[in-house]
Design a protein around this ligand. Structure first.
Ligand code: ADP
Length: 491
């Protein structure tokens, strides 16, 4: 018990250790890296840098835990543990929201109302859902009966991004645990804080040692790669960049791991002339700039039907200028800081590229006046570009959108689908037939009509083309986190 450290105390000092087999511990190598607050550029703490040694320890613990008390728990007991994790997240809502904003630079108001409550709900939802998870049975004439049984996949590697750290981690961890698996979590290197506290919460909620493990570190040649290469890891669920997904797939191929991917997007937001303009603009502000535009579901390609184009632009630009960019802890702030200097430079380079491609910046495109420190960027609207421009084709993952006019339904569908991504789309129209017609033809895993980001956790979530593999949500999550055995009995 001596090695046990209370994570929240460590986090107050902003130092993050690994959590392996129910204990907090440093790296065997002693290596550490710095954690930077994107809102100030200041170092707020250190993080232990894990590698193959820590992944080996964590995977071994997770493998042992598969056959321990975790396996013997009844469904009712497991549901109680999951519900307790959700309750504890809510009890520590303010603390977790603060840490999330310190790590990511996102507004505290957003962490407090979206990221953390949704993280708790992920556990409450999958706890409730577990009761209804069943299997199939078939009778083969008079000859045989078939039924399936469901079992955990085994040790699952959860590789997480930095944009919605606790929300996306819990979206994976809750069904992973509900299905009886054990987990090795690799948080994004830029956002280690809330995953560290979650480990402590899991322990307090009664998750047996070894069932949930957290190893900090980087991707290539580090903890991330070691996790994807480990032969005892049975499945990997990954949310992140498409290019990273390809590297992970190659590594996972060696032991043919089961994969679930949620990758990038370059999502169209299509506004027909009959749409309710004010509603479309209110929501488009969110789908463009919420979380600094660092959401894979953001609608960064806006297409407006020509009769509405000028009016839309005028209002949209005016409303965008009203957004307050600044200190994540100021309650008036709408848009915080981008995640890191490196990412800030990347987003800025896309703005420069857009100008070279003939784009005109109607608002934004620069650091806000008076904010000299931190990675702040004004919400940016670009026009005058076309479907061949890189700014229209590539994912920027920042507060940057392009707006283009269109004349025909066919034309906008073709443009919307002219991408190797296929995550989400938004359509604004009051024409019922058109809504159904267009929605069915957009190549995306999720299409919203007259709304955005509205989620029912029972529905399939994921992307097509290079935006993902598989779906999670409701029963779809259980399809990934369980294996089926069909049992055929001759009568
Ligand atoms: P970003 O570059 O914007 O951080 P990534 O997709 O690279 O987005 O990162 C998402 C997660 O994937 C992070 O936790 C990161 O450490 C991890 N990661 C990056 N590269 C690899 C890799 N080669 N193998 C395993 N994990 C990786």
């Amino acid at each position: 018990m001596k090695t046990e450290v209370v994570a929240s105390e460590k986090v107050k000092a902003f130092d993050c250790q690994h959590f392996i087999n129910g204990r907090f511990l440093p790296s065997q190598s002693g290596k550490m890296f710095q954690n930077i607050n994107p809102a100030t550029g200041e170092v707020i703490g250190t993080v232990c840098e894990g590698g193959k040694e820590e992944i080996d320890l964590a995977v071994a613990a997770a493998k042992r835990a598969l056959s321990g008390p975790w396996k013997r728990m009844t469904t009712g007991e497991r549901i109680a543990v999951l519900r307790r994790i959700g309750d504890l997240i809510l009890e520590r809502k303010e603390e977790l929201a603060r840490l999330e904003s310190l790590d990511t630079g996102k507004p505290y108001s957003l962490s407090l109302t979206l990221d953390i409550p949704r993280a708790a709900y992920n556990f409450h939802f999958f706890a409730d859902y577990l009761r209804s998870v069943g299997t199939e049975a078939y009778q083969t004439d008079e000859v045989a009966i078939n039924y399936s049984i469901r079992r955990p996949v085994g040790v699952v590697g959860l590789i997480n991004p930095w944009n919605l750290p606790l929300l996306l981690l819990t979206w994976k961890l809750a069904p992973c645990l509900a299905a009886g698996n054990t987990a090795v979590i690799k948080p994004a290197e830029w956002t280690p804080l809330t995953a560290t506290v979650l480990a402590e919460i899991c322990k307090e909620a009664g998750v047996p040692d070894g069932v949930v493990n957290v190893v900090h570190g980087f991707g290539p040649d580090s903890a991330g790669a070691a996790l994807t290469e480990h032969p005892d890891v049975d499945a990997i669920t990954f949310t992140g960049e498409t290019t990273t997904g390809k590297v992970i797939m190659a590594a996972a191929a060696k032991s043919l791991k089961k994969l679930s991917y949620e990758l990038g997007g370059k999502n169209p937001n299509i506004i027909f002339a009959d749409a309710d303009l004010d509603e479309a603009i209110e929501t488009t502000l969110k789908s463009s700039f919420m979380n600094q535009g660092e959401v894979c579901l953001c609608g960064s390609r806006i297409y407006v039907e020509r009769p509405l184009y000028e009016q839309f632009l005028q209002k949209f630009v005016a409303k965008t200028k009203e957004l307050v960019v600044g200190d994540p802890f100021d309650p008036r702030t709408n848009v915080g800081a981008l995640i890191s200097e490196e990412h800030y430079e990347r987003v800025m380079s896309y703005i420069e590229l857009a100008k070279e491609e003939g784009g005109r910046i109607l608002t934004g495109g620069k650091r806000p006046d008076g904010l000299d420190q931190g990675y702040y960027l004004e919400p940016t609207i670009i026009v005058g570009v076309n479907r061949n421009c890189r700014i229209v084709r590539e994912e920027v993952f920042g507060p940057v959108v392009t707006v283009m006019p269109f004349d025909e339904e066919e034309e906008v569908i073709a443009q919307a689908n002219d991408t190797h991504y296929g995550l989400s789309a938004t359509i604004w129209t009051n024409d019922l037939r058109r809504a159904h017609r267009v929605a069915a033809r957009i190549e995306a895993g999720i299409v919203w009509v007259n709304t955005w980001f509205l989620r029912d956790l029972r529905t399939p979530f994921g992307g097509m083309k290079q935006s993902g593999i598989g779906r999670e949500g409701g029963m779809h999550s259980f399809e990934f986190y369980t294996e089926l055995t069909n049992i055929c009995i001759k009568l």
